[in-house]
Design a binder for this molecule. Structure first.
Ligand code: ME8
Length: 518
């Protein structure tokens, strides 16, 4: 297995403030990036902002400021989001960065040198909101299929010979069944490509906010060609130092919302084929969030600001909910009632309660240190329980890496929480408070196995809830430095099991109940 892992979020338009939808994409990438690091891989995790194009130019105009001043402000809000959500991103690319402009122009030149670009004239429909061209036949009631307003544009334009890539793309999808996920999106893309591809207009002349076309500054590059190039320019493509490019390209995963799958699974691989460059390994299109059943929209003003969620529910609780609520790939609905139910039933009553009960008993009965399980014959119940916590098949590093790569986040969490439920059942069945009265050794063995279960569950949950996991790991004896850095997944193995005598901190509630449910 290759030891590097390169993952990207979409780069966000700066015409809007970050909301729950943006947080969703970035948290999913963060979970994957953190898992891969803890599985021992060298990770590059990229996010950033998409700052050119007509849409952004118009937003700046509306705000009454110069585009550059406007983009500097909103781009910062996305950087702040990364901090607020505890994202472990390694770089933040802006399409107004000099490095990006240089790299995007280098890509253009490469495509041009290969004879894949020609000058023509574009008459057709354009939707500024989507920054996309539409054919007459695609319009629905005079609007784009997405509902966006379209305008007629007629201007000189450079074209990319996309029409020549239909067969090459179909052959590529065929040879690489895992390239587009989930399956439903793959089918959608394949039928779009089978429907025929027209050459793509890749430059504009009627506005200025973009990257000049090399050798013809009357034109600026189409914002999607500019934007997609970020995945390579951030690594140094087309620049003096391209060490990272050589090391990490092609990307292992481009995470995108389902709205922009076509750009990533059709245009992007075609551009790369045209430039004779390696193609990314996978594009995963996740679903779309609504809020209390409504589409997130500026006019409804219902966009949930991540900072509000963090304040009300806690950062890791919010991350947990986003990854747990729906299978990744399906649409989700955010409701205050659901987030409270999920936090209360899974984190407070299940995992949190397990920690609280176990650590309190260790304090009350074992002087605050992990007791020694020696001298007690394991019974059937112990054996069954230990087998569960000692990395069941589904959670072995190889299997789990595949499940992470397939973005099965909610299943992974369900399995981890099932172990916590088992542990709570184990406490009730063993009843260490009764065992104490019969023979303290029996109680010691039970409590030992429970602390070990907490250790394993916490290691497993680190990618989702890094801050809470670090606090729990510190409470059961890891140094703060170890816990913050993260405990590698191989340490789930029994030879790394917690040592009797390890000091345990006085338990504090890690996942408080949400009392006000709605
Ligand atoms: O499309 N639910 O940027 P963007 C789930 N600049 N995810 C959502 C969401 C929602 N309601 N709203 C937004 C662009 N997202 C381009 C990308 S990449 C080279 C250029 C997420 O700011 C989703 O992942 O409109 C979507 O793809 C992403 O935000 C980008 O949003």
């Amino acid at each position: 297995m290759k030891n590097t892992f390169y993952i990207t979020t979409p780069i966000f338009y700066v015409n809007d403030k970050p909301h729950i939808g943006h947080a969703y994409t970035t948290v999913a990438c963060d979970v994957l990036a953190r898992f891969m690091r803890l599985a021992g891989r060298e990770v590059m995790f990229l996010t950033g902002t998409d700052e050119h194009g007509q849409k952004v130019e118009k937003s700046a105009e509306k705000a009454g400021v110069q585009p550059k001043q406007f983009v500097d402000g909103v781009s910062q809000a996305f950087r702040d989001l990364a901090k607020e959500m505890n994202l472990s991103s390694d770089d933040f690319i802006r399409t107004t960065d000099a490095r990006h402009i240089k790299g995007a122009q280098a890509l253009w030149i490469k495509m041009q040198e290969k004879g894949q670009i020609y000058l023509g004239s574009y008459p057709g429909w354009y939707a500024v909101r989507d920054e996309a061209f539409y054919q007459e036949s695609e319009l629905v009631d005079g609007k784009a299929p997405t509902g966006a307003e379209v305008e007629w544009v007629e201007e000189p334009s450079y074209f990319f010979k996309l029409s020549e890539y239909q067969d090459k793309l179909l052959a590529f999808y065929d040879a690489n069944p895992g390239f587009i996920m989930p399956e439903s999106r793959r089918n959608e893309v394949i039928s779009f490509v089978k429907g025929g591809l027209k050459d793509l207009s890749i430059s504009r002349t009627t506005f200025k906010w973009g990257i000049p076309v090399p050798g013809d500054s009357e034109h600026i590059m189409y914002v999607w060609l500019d934007a997609l190039a970020n995945y390579m320019t951030a690594l140094g493509y087309g620049q003096e130092d391209d060490t990272k490019y050589k090391k990490f390209w092609p990307a292992d995963l481009h995470m995108v919302g389902k709205d922009i799958i076509r750009f990533h699974a059709v245009y992007w691989p075609a551009f790369l084929m045209a430039a004779d460059l390696p193609l990314p390994k996978r594009v995963f299109a996740h679903g779309w969030w609504t809020v209390e059943g409504e589409k997130i929209s500026k006019s409804l003003g219902n966009a949930i600001v991540p900072a509000d969620l963090i304040e009300t529910y806690g950062l890791d609780q919010t991350r947990y909910f986003l990854m747990r609520e729906v299978p990744f790939g399906s649409d989700g609905n955010f409701s205050r009632e659901r987030i409270a139910i999920v936090i209360n039933s899974e984190l407070a009553n299940n995992f949190g309660n397990l920690i609280q009960r176990t650590l309190s008993m260790v304090h009350k009965n074992c002087g605050g240190v992990v007791p020694d399980p020696q001298g007690v014959q394991k019974d059937e119940l112990d054996m069954a329980f230990l087998q569960k916590i000692q990395v069941t098949d589904a959670l072995t590093p190889e299997n789990i890496a595949k499940r992470y790569y397939d973005c099965k986040f909610n299943d992974i969490l369900a399995d981890i929480m099932a172990i916590a439920s088992e542990a709570n059942i184990y406490i009730d069945t063993k009843a260490p408070w009764k065992q104490k009265k019969i023979d303290e050794k029996l109680m010691n063995a039970t409590l030992y196995h429970l602390v070990e279960a907490i250790r394993c569950i916490t290691i497993m949950i680190q990618p989702f809830m890094p801050g809470s996991a670090a606090r729990i790991l510190t409470a059961i004896g890891y140094s703060e430095e170890q816990a913050t850095k993260g405990i590698l997944f191989f340490e789930l193995a029994p030879e790394y099991a917690i040592k009797p005598g390890t000091e345990i901190a006085v338990p504090q509630p890690f996942f408080p109940r949400i009392e006000n449910v709605s």
